[in-house]
Design a protein around this ligand. Structure first.
Ligand code: B16
Ligand code: MG
Length: 214
């Protein structure tokens, strides 16, 4: 029996993944690197510094830590600028209803985002009170695909990992959920998320009646 559902944020509840992409693309272009949507799949769900390291490795660029931290900060300042215009209307269709329906079934609901900006995004969307626990990138030491974030969310929700179902749009996130011993719904395409127990195109497509048969 699924007792808790844990949602990723970027790409599952709202398309902030797009804002990450354009900010990274802007930074990459300063190094003559053309970031493509395929490269971007590698960045989804992973931490800011790890994402930067992936981008620099595309151009075979090695830089000292101090300079990499400055670059990560620069990307983040652009990202923060982009997200300030986020409005509740940008929540993907059917997501608020899905969360309400889960809560009506006494299923606990958590959020587990690798993003250190997740609290601000959730505030802008006005949905903080919908979650029984909110875990963000400031609360973990290892980002997805490590299972730490989902295990922490399950612990805070007071349920065992095998009682949890995770919604993820990133390959690293699907791997993290499975490594935590949880079931995982992949939101997106089979090409990236083939390991998930179920793949749906949009979060709102999920049929809550099938929750215990995944
Ligand atoms: P920040 P999620 C992840 O969020 C993003 O998918 C990933 O692209 C980003 O690098 C990471 O958060 C860190 O974000 O720079 O804001 O701390 O998908 O786990 O909600
Ligand atoms: Mg995501």
């Amino acid at each position: 029996m699924i007792k808790a559902v844990i949602f990723d944020l970027d790409g599952v509840i709202i398309d902030t993944a797009h804002y990450h992409y354009i900010a990274w693309k802007r930074l990459a272009s300063e190094f003559g690197i053309t970031l493509t949507p395929a490269h971007n799949e590698l960045l989804k769900g992973v931490s800011r510094m790890h994402s930067l390291d992936i981008i620099l490795s595309l151009g075979n660029i090695e830089l000292p830590l101090e300079q990499r931290e400055q670059l990560a900060e620069k990307k983040n300042s652009w990202f923060i600028e982009y997200i300030e215009s986020i409005r509740p209307e940008e929540i993907f269709p059917g997501v608020v209803e899905l969360i309400m329906n889960l809560r009506a079934k006494n299923i606990r609901v958590g959020l587990a985002s690798s993003s250190k900006n997740a609290p601000r995004v959730i505030e802008l969307l006005g949905i903080a009170t919908q979650f029984d626990t909110l875990i963000d990138g400031t609360m973990i030491t290892r980002s997805k695909p490590d299972p730490e974030i989902f295990l922490l969310a399950a612990h805070k929700l007071g349920v065992g990992p095998s009682d949890c179902l995770v919604f993820e749009d990133a390959e690293a996130g699907v791997e993290a959920a499975l490594a935590a011993g949880m079931k995982c719904v992949g939101v997106g395409s089979k090409d990236q998320l083939g390991k998930a127990n179920l793949i749906i195109k949009n979060t709102g497509d999920f049929n809550i009646q099938s929750i215990n048969t995944i």
